[in-house]
Design a protein around this ligand. Structure first.
Ligand SMILES: NC(=O)c1ccc[n+]([C@@H]2O[C@H](COP(=O)([O-])OP(=O)(O)OC[C@H]3O[C@@H](n4cnc5c(N)ncnc54)[C@H](OP(=O)(O)O)[C@@H]3O)[C@@H](O)[C@H]2O)c1
Length: 417
């Protein structure tokens, strides 16, 4: 195309399929690792080339996740050490438009409106073909372990990462939910036989957060009882509005942190007493039965309690250790009561697609809490790092600069006005 500019302003939509040389992006560089406000800086960088099986997505909105926080901090690892590129564009969630497809991509075409799931795999090994794609040896998380995430005008993804954008959602709503929703879905459905069933009791930590917001809604859709744990009344009310059966304030209890040494009867005995007080609060909700599943991610601070309060034969499923990685538990209760401790990581394409259908069908909301402009990319990450973010999911409007648009046509019309 002759009339392609080298660089477009944010929200200045190029002709469909026209790829400029440069793009606005919010890269992190090794020498800037630290708080998001320091690490994420507005720069102009080259638009990535797409190879076979890859797709260039024109990013409308980009969801805010902890991945951006970890990438900024360079913890537990600098993403640049993983992908060996000079900078890292974070962002593991997006809504947008297919702009260019690489060789061999047959199911998607320029102009298709999509959301993006963040799992990349080789697509060719036995695990990717009839096995468990999350066990592919080349499995990596787009926007954390790869260079070109969604905090830029264009993102580079594998074609299999694309899912149809739910038409009833604005760009911002569509950009904010896929990572936490698909992760929660796999945690609750991906580890048979411990799958979610009606009337089950599920204890959900951080229940007003990104994962928790989706987990509560998945439980509600399944007819299960979500018991939300949060740190304020405002968050508790938010969880009830989403469909939780009840909520607990973790600040009312003091059984947190690494488990004391069982050989120290005084320390250990005191801890068990305090955990039982928390367990009793759960029984008051369930009518005296233990929870079937504990939905874990805080890690160090909560793990010993999770392993204690889950029922005989129940499952503690965890996908993170936000408060620390030194996860402790009393092994005696786990083996004698045959509890399952299960690690879980994002989701396969199949699971992400199943989860997306609930949103497309309007059975689950996206939990969008607050929208930010591209220039403000670091702001929601700062809030998240300090646990000061609002309940639900935050989003950054990259090229979706006109509010309330649902598709490219509306965005072009808004641009013309
Ligand atoms: N492996 C994966 O595939 C995957 C996918 C998504 C997310 N994750 C990880 O999961 C974690 C949570 O993600 P998110 O998006 O849900 O984050 P989020 O929106 O920040 O929610 C986390 C919640 O944790 C709670 N929390 C903070 N400190 C706590 C403590 N000491 N004890 C108990 N709860 C505490 C907070 O709620 P209260 O203060 O109200 O308790 C907060 O709302 C992050 O580490 C993220 O990287 C992993």
């Amino acid at each position: 195309m002759d009339d392609v500019k080298d660089l477009y302003d944010l929200g200045e939509i190029p002709p469909l399929g026209a790829v400029p040389k440069l793009m606005h992006a919010m890269p992190i560089r090794q020498e800037r690792h630290g708080r998001p406000a320091t690490a994420m800086q507005h720069e102009t960088v080259p638009v990535p080339e797409v190879g076979p099986g890859e797709v260039l997505v024109y990013v409308m909105s980009a969801g805010v996740n902890y991945n951006g926080v970890w990438a900024s901090l360079g913890k537990p690892l600098s993403p640049m050490k993983l992908h060996k590129q000079p900078y890292h564009i974070a962002g593991s969630d997006a809504s947008g438009v297919v702009w260019k497809v690489g060789a061999g991509v047959v199911n998607w075409h320029p102009g298709d409106e999509v959301v993006v799931h963040c799992n990349q795999t080789c697509g060719q090994c036995h695990n990717c073909n009839g096995g468990e794609p999350m066990l592919c040896r080349e499995q990596q998380i787009w926007g954390y372990e790869t260079t070109h995430g969604s905090f830029a005008q264009f993102a580079k993804v594998q074609a299999q990462q694309l899912l149809p954008k739910p038409k009833h959602l604005t760009w911002g709503e569509a950009g904010c939910y896929t990572l936490v929703h698909a992760t929660s879905w796999r945690m609750l459905y991906g580890h048979p036989p411990h799958t979610l069933k009606p009337a089950m009791n599920v204890l959900i930590w951080g229940a007003s957060g990104g994962l928790g917001t989706m987990a509560i809604q998945i439980c509600k859709a399944a007819g299960a009882n979500a018991i939300a744990v949060v740190s304020s009344e405002e968050k508790g009310r938010y969880c009830m509005d989403l469909g939780a059966k009840a909520w607990l304030n973790r600040k009312d209890f003091d059984c947190w942190g690494v488990m004391p040494d069982p050989n120290d009867p005084e320390a250990y005995g005191g801890w068990v007493k305090r955990v039982r007080k928390f367990g009793k609060a759960i029984w008051d909700i369930t009518g005296g039965v233990d929870v079937d599943i504990v939905f874990e991610h805080p890690g160090e601070q909560t793990f010993p309690v999770s392993a204690y309060v889950v029922r005989r034969g129940g499952m503690v499923v965890f996908c993170a250790g936000t408060t620390g990685y030194n996860l402790t538990f009393d092994a005696r209760y786990v083996w004698m009561r045959q509890k399952r401790i299960q690690g879980s990581h994002f989701a396969s394409k199949y699971e992400a697609d199943q989860a997306n259908h609930l949103v497309m069908d309007g059975k689950i909301g996206t939990g969008l809490s607050r929208e930010f402009s591209f220039e403000e990319t670091a702001v929601p990450h700062e809030l998240m790092l300090d646990n000061r973010h609002p309940p639900g999911n935050m989003v950054i409007n990259v090229n979706a600069t006109a509010p309330g648009c649902h598709n490219l046509e509306e965005s072009r019309a808004a641009q013309a006005r």
